[in-house]
Design a protein around this ligand. Structure first.
Ligand SMILES: *Cc1c(COP(=O)(O)O)cnc(C)c1O
Length: 358
């Protein structure tokens, strides 16, 4: 069912961002992260548009299969690897590369009839404590994995950074040190950097980088200085129409619970977008929306299909479309008002709104 709100996905901005990443990452190969339906931008459309990548990365084997089924031929990595024998079988059949991060997966590999030809990334937990083998067990696991795979298989070593989006946080250096100790003297290719790593921790750019959010044009180092020559262009912009404009008198209340009380006579506009479209319901402070070059502040609670804005002094009319975020209002700024991160908003809105590709 088509709702009034829509997300415009600008594919030329997407290509620009990838070119930017290539510049930043020097000789590193680029594994473009398209999990969660490409952060809400549409996995297939994004992958079909980006021909110049070295690999795509998704979370699950079945996402990789969906790409294969739609004619995507580049290498694909499943970041969570296989969860059961049939997952493994499918990964082998469809040439999907997998992350191996847990003993359970070794047991599944052992139960496989012959040593499979499978390209793997062996993941070390250097301190995030999400996925990966501990530093202590890693060398043994590496020996075991080598023995379980056919000689044609390739093995790369990876880890993931927990705090790279905070330039002042020294934990990233600790993680890098732990990883370096572990891989010293080993000839395997390495992969560490996510978007924040690419931008802020050059020493984390190894053989492979794994950009996600910067591909979609968002700087993960919100409010921290990055090189001003790095120009990221937002790929998604979210739009919805004004469906009502009315006069409210000083002291009158707007929206559920009457939380907002007009401090003076006001012109209140209603926009056809709400939390059902992925617009955040929990706002700590009020974000703005863009109406052409003008900005209007959200007032009162966010409803399921509607929000209210203060249109006092703004020249507009019912039927005009406003931008909730994108080129004029940054999604990171809206996210801050909602005490969340841009990733969350892009996934939520992108995966529910109708998408238009330009
Ligand atoms: C999601 C993810 C990335 C991409 O992270 P961004 O912050 O969006 O760049 C990279 N590596 C792994 C393992 C991930 O799960």
């Amino acid at each position: 069912m088509k709702r009034a709100a829509f997300a415009r996905i600008n594919l030329s901005n997407l290509k620009h961002n990838l070119a930017m990443i290539r510049e930043l990452a020097g000789n590193s190969k680029v594994m473009v992260v398209v999990k969660a339906n490409a952060y809400g931008h549409g996995m297939l459309e994004v992958c079909s548009c980006l021909t110049d990548v070295d690999a795509f990365a998704v979370a699950y084997v079945n996402e990789a299969l969906a790409l294969r089924g739609n004619g995507i031929t580049q290498p694909i990595v499943a970041l969570q690897g296989f969860r059961n024998p049939s997952d493994l079988e499918l990964a082998i059949q469809h040439n999907v590369q997998v992350v191996i991060h847990h003993q359970e997966q070794l047991a599944i590999l052992k139960s496989y009839a012959d040593a499979p030809t499978l390209d793997v990334l062996l993941k070390c937990d250097t301190g995030m404590h999400r996925l990966g083998f501990s530093v202590e067990e890693f060398n043994d696991v590496l020996v075991e994995v080598k023995a379980l795979l056919s000689a044609e298989s390739s093995i790369r070593l990876m880890t993931h950074l927990a705090c790279a989006d905070d330039i002042a946080n020294q934990f990233t250096s600790i993680q890098l040190q732990r990883f370096d100790q572990l891989v010293e003297g080993k000839k395997f290719q390495q992969s560490i950097a996510n978007s924040a790593g690419i931008l802020a921790w050059q020493e984390s750019q190894r053989d492979w980088v794994r950009p996600g959010i910067i591909l979609y044009g968002i700087n993960p180092l919100y409010k921290q200085d990055i090189d001003s020559s790095i120009e990221l262009r937002p790929v998604m912009s979210l739009h919805a129409p004004l469906i009502s404009i009315k006069d409210c008198k000083k002291g009158e209340k707007v929206g559920y619970g009457g939380d907002f009380s007009c401090p003076s006579d006001m012109l209140i506009g209603i926009i056809a977008i709400g939390y059902a479209d992925g617009y955040p319901r929990h706002l700590k402070t009020a974000p703005s929306v863009a109406i052409g070059a003008q900005k209007a502040t959200v007032v009162g609670r966010v409803s399921m299909d509607m929000i209210a804005v203060d249109l006092t002094g703004i020249d507009t009319k019912v039927g005009e479309f406003v931008e909730l975020w994108g080129e004029l209002i940054s999604v990171a700024e809206v996210a801050e008002h909602a005490e969340t991160i841009s990733y969350d908003l892009l996934c939520a809105a992108g995966n529910s709104a109708h998408k238009i590709y330009i």
